[in-house]
Design a protein around this ligand. Structure first.
Ligand SMILES: Cc1cc2nc3c(=O)[nH]c(=O)nc-3n(C[C@H](O)[C@H](O)[C@H](O)COP(=O)(O)OP(=O)(O)OC[C@H]3O[C@@H](n4cnc5c(N)ncnc54)[C@H](O)[C@@H]3O)c2cc1C
Length: 355
């Protein structure tokens, strides 16, 4: 006997996980297929939500709305899972150059939101080498992605909501009123398959711009950052007890998705110069971010095959974008509420129309 559902989801990264929750909240039946690959973007990401970006410390796209939604969504998730995966943090931005210090002070003068100076800029000198002081970024959050993904999965399993296997796109039949995949009949399918989406038959024409990132997991027993993420070129992010995530690289051009010796050596020597404490590298991570050319996500249903949807292209900001746009996608299906034009995949109708 086949299984009939409203939605079939492909992929359980941060996008698939929040889509699953939003479908449940809307009372729509669903099943998710995910092959448990160890090195996906969501599994190795730092999990930081930071409302300002770049050298000029500008406020990131839609951040006020995204932050407000994310706070609620992660709290809802904590209620369901019985454990919270969102922690407020402050980012200490150690100025790597006099220019960067000036840029920070300039932005502060302009009343740039989320920025302030610490009471004592020498506060971190017992643990780090730095000469030019630092600024603080407020309203940041840290998402424990490995914990969140594993908890969602553990919950889905006994409910029969997840199949841990590879989805084979060649076996998908797209019909007028829905899709068929093996024994599953669904009204819609939504691809939350991250960089694998580049190779799929439905959305490969979208302007993806995959970007590789690497990070080291470092043991620093005496660091005790306590609610602080410290950044100076590389970011040191609390990961697990005594362990810190140190990264990352942003590479537009790469030969493979594996960790490289070059990154390890570079990061290790940067840490040695920067840290006053002994450390030990315990792991080296790498994955490819599903980034897009215009730095906006891909959300919505295919203009030619409306039974086929996508929630992807989150780039460097999956933790803040995924909860919000999972909600928008489900709302669009349930009530016809539009997805904003610069995120809706229908902006690529011309490209997606081509045979
Ligand atoms: C080094 C690094 C650091 C980062 N730091 C941050 C950060 O601090 N904050 C932030 O917000 N973002 C960060 N990101 C970006 C973030 O990781 C991504 O935006 C986000 O994880 C994308 O999630 P996703 O669900 O779209 O894709 P993925 O996480 O790639 O999930 C896709 C899922 O689909 C599954 N899948 C794919 N194809 C198939 C198939 N055929 N069959 C079955 N399953 C399939 C995969 O196994 C995977 O589980 C970072 C990324 C990297 C690489």
């Amino acid at each position: 006997m086949g299984q009939q559902v409203d939605f079939l989801i492909v992929g359980q990264g941060i996008c698939g996980s929040f889509l699953q929750l939003e479908l449940e909240r809307a009372g729509l039946s669903h099943i998710l297929i995910d092959e448990a690959l160890p090195f996906t973007a969501s599994r190795i990401a730092a999990g930081l939500i930071n409302p300002v970006t770049g050298r000029r410390l500008v406020t990131t796209w839609m951040i006020d709305e995204l932050l407000a939604f994310a706070r609620e969504a992660y709290h809802r998730l904590a209620d369901i899972l019985g454990s919270s995966f969102l922690t407020p943090v402050v980012v200490a931005d150690l100025f790597p150059s006099a220019q960067m210090r000036l840029a920070f002070l300039h932005r502060l003068e302009e009343n740039g939101p989320y920025l302030r100076l610490p009471e004592d800029e020498r506060h971190l000198l017992d643990r780090f080498h730095y000469e030019l002081g630092y600024g603080l970024i407020d309203s940041c959050y840290l998402v424990d992605l490995p914990g969140l993904l594993a908890a969602c999965r553990r919950r889905m399993k006994p409910l029969g909501l997840i199949r841990e296997e590879r989805f084979e796109s060649g076996e998908l039949a797209v019909e007028e009123g829905g899709v068929r995949y093996r024994d599953i009949e669904a009204r819609r399918i939504v691809f939350c398959d991250g960089v694998a989406g580049l190779a799929g038959p439905w959305f490969s024409r979208l302007p993806f711009a995959p970007n590789k990132g690497e990070a080291l997991v470092v043991e620093i027993p005496q660091l005790g950052l306590d609610g602080l993420v410290v950044k100076k070129g590389i970011s040191l992010v609390p990961w697990q007890e005594n362990l810190y995530w140190a990264g990352s690289s942003y590479e537009w051009s790469f030969e493979h998705a594996q960790p490289t010796e070059l990154f390890r050596l570079r990061t290790e020597s940067a840490l040695r110069e920067w840290l006053k404490l002994p450390f030990r590298i315990v792991d080296h991570l790498a994955a490819v971010r599903p980034a897009t050319l215009e730095r906006r996500p891909f959300v919505g249903f295919h203009p030619v095959y409306p039974a086929v949807g996508i929630l992807n292209g989150m780039g460097t900001k999956g933790c803040s974008l995924a909860p919000y746009f999972a909600h928008k996608l489900v709302q669009n299906f349930s009530t016809g509420a539009p997805i904003q034009a610069d995120a809706d995949v229908k902006r690529f109708t011309k490209v997606l129309n081509r045979k």
